[in-house]
Design a binder for this molecule. Structure first.
Ligand code: ADP
Length: 474
């Protein structure tokens, strides 16, 4: 099997193969150790038998010495009750005596070790029989006079080893098969959710339907696959929200651009028909072009804010001076229709982008003036509370309906009543921009409103340097 083939297999097959190979490896090592230990025990048993027999023979062997010379050796009768066969060979290579069981044979049991000067155990074949032979030199007065060869058949050991090999082989094959089947089923079960992830992803791709979610049928306490499904579903949810927000955004932008373009086109067509420049039409075109410029400017700012490319130039800003500036500019806009009041102003300095902070204040004060009906009032105040600057813009206008309140900071969101107003008003971008500017200054914006009772926007900004000199203007 080439390594490349393994990579073309499914993950399930690969894991099964890995698991089965691991089990096979472990069992082979285990089987070899068992086989080796059993063989050692059996051979030891045979060796002990040979050793006992040889000891018995040597103990009863008599040697007669006449005048210091070897004359007669008297061996005991080599009638063995066990399966041990004995031969005694003289140094001259003559068979001196043999046990009756092998009396017909004149060949040494172990020719290789016939002259061995030390006792040696050796395995050999004698007349086709597998034997374990103990060779012992018989030494008299320092002289080796003969070699005793005691051999025992190893057929029982061989049979035991063969049977053991067959049993181990069958056990290993069965164990590896069971392990492979078990791991195939377990891995299949564990990987089944991945199939459903793939299937759902394919359905999403085919149908462009981000509303689909991957079903999770696992245990209550999520495992790794459960976590993956959870994270994947969260990603889908986020993508769905982003995608629908983008679609809504496109629809909103197209809608907002269509009105001024229709007005411009209508006026151009009219002037073409009249074959003269009409002052009223030109003013209308100019207004609509200005409106589109404001819209595109707002969108550009929000797009840059979202992409993070719009950076603020932070410098110490005297908020009180800035608020006074906004107050004076907006007082002109409020005119006689709405009374703009500066109720409290502390001297407060923060670290911020002056232009963006002014834009935020103009948006909020502009809204307050715009939505407050004739004869109403708008109050501005600046104070320092718990190490923070607090700006308040309060009006006595119509207020914001509770169902609109959570959405007013969204792009293009305009409360129901505001949508029907004439086209010279905003696009629903002012509060989104104000919100982004405040957040960029590490502050936050709060709104309280009750229908018919007016609205209060409260902006909290962290202080740079605290200088408070209470001044109250009314
Ligand atoms: P717009 O350009 O429509 O004013 P904004 O983002 O500034 O957009 O405001 C979003 C919506 O919040 C407005 O359409 C209006 O319905 C509501 N709103 C904002 N300020 C006030 C206010 N001071 N009083 C009543 N409604 C307000």
């Amino acid at each position: 099997m080439s390594p490349g083939f393994i990579f073309t297999m499914s993950l399930r097959a690969r894991l099964t193969l890995l698991y089965a190979s691991l089990i096979l490896g472990i069992l082979l090592v285990f089987g070899s150790v068992v086989y080796w230990l059993v063989s050692i025990v059996l051979i030891n048993h045979i060796d002990e038998q040979l050793h006992a027999t040889v000891s018995d023979i040597v103990n009863v062997t008599r040697v007669d010495l006449i005048g210091g010379d070897l004359s007669v050796i008297r061996f005991p009768a080599l009638e063995m009750t066990s399966n041990v066969h004995v031969q005694i060979w003289g140094r001259n290579g003559k068979l001196m005596t043999t046990s009756p069981s092998i009396a017909v044979y004149t060949e040494p049991l172990d020719p290789e070790n016939l002259q061995s000067p030390i006792p040696v155990y050796h395995e050999t074949y004698f007349e086709g029989v597998h034997l374990r032979v103990l060779n012992v030199p018989l030494i008299v007065e320092g002289r080796s006079i003969a070699t005793l060869q005691a051999g025992a058949s190893l057929s029982l050991v061989d049979t035991a080893q063969e049977v053991l090999l067959i049993i181990l082989g069958i056990a290993i094959v069965i164990a590896v098969l069971l392990a492979a089947i078990g791991s195939w089923l377990t891995v299949g079960r564990a990987l089944a959710p991945l199939d459903s992830i793939t299937e759902t992803t394919e359905q999403i791709n085919r149908a462009d339907d981000l509303a689909r979610r991957i079903p999770y049928n696992g245990p209550a306490k999520r495992d790794e696959i459960g976590n993956l499904i959870g994270v994947f579903n969260q990603t889908l949810e986020r993508l769905e929200i982003l995608f629908s927000a983008q679609q809504r955004f496109m629809a909103d932008v197209s809608h907002e651009l269509r009105t001024p373009l229709t007005v411009i086109k209508g006026n151009v067509d009219l002037m073409r028909k009249m074959k003269s420049l009409d002052e009223e039409s030109l003013t209308s075109i100019d207004q609509e072009a200005g409106r589109m410029t404001r819209l595109v400017g707002g969108l550009l700012l929000l797009a840059q804010a979202e992409s993070g490319s719009e950076s603020l130039s932070m410098k110490p800003v005297a908020l009180d001076t800035l608020l006074l500036e906004v107050f004076q500019e907006m007082n002109v806009l409020a005119g006689e229709r709405v009374k703009l009041r500066l109720s409290e102003i502390d001297q407060v300095q923060i670290n911020g982008d002056r232009d963006r902070l002014k834009q935020m204040l103009l948006n909020l004060v502009g809204n307050a003036i715009q939505y407050t009906p004739k004869g109403g009032e708008v109050f501005l105040s600046l104070s320092t509370i718990s190490e923070q600057a607090r700006l308040i813009i309060r009006d006595t206008g119509p207020g914001i309906a509770p169902e609109d309140l959570p959405h007013i900071f969204e792009r293009f969101y305009r409360a129901e009543k505001s949508r029907t107003r004439d086209t010279s008003t905003g696009f629903g971008l002012g509060l989104s921009i104000a919100h982004w500017i405040v957040e960029k200054h590490n502050g936050h914006i709060e709104v309280e409103s009750e229908e018919g009772q007016g609205s209060t926007f409260c902006i909290w900004l962290p202080l740079d340097e605290k200088v408070i000199i209470p001044v109250t203007t009314d």
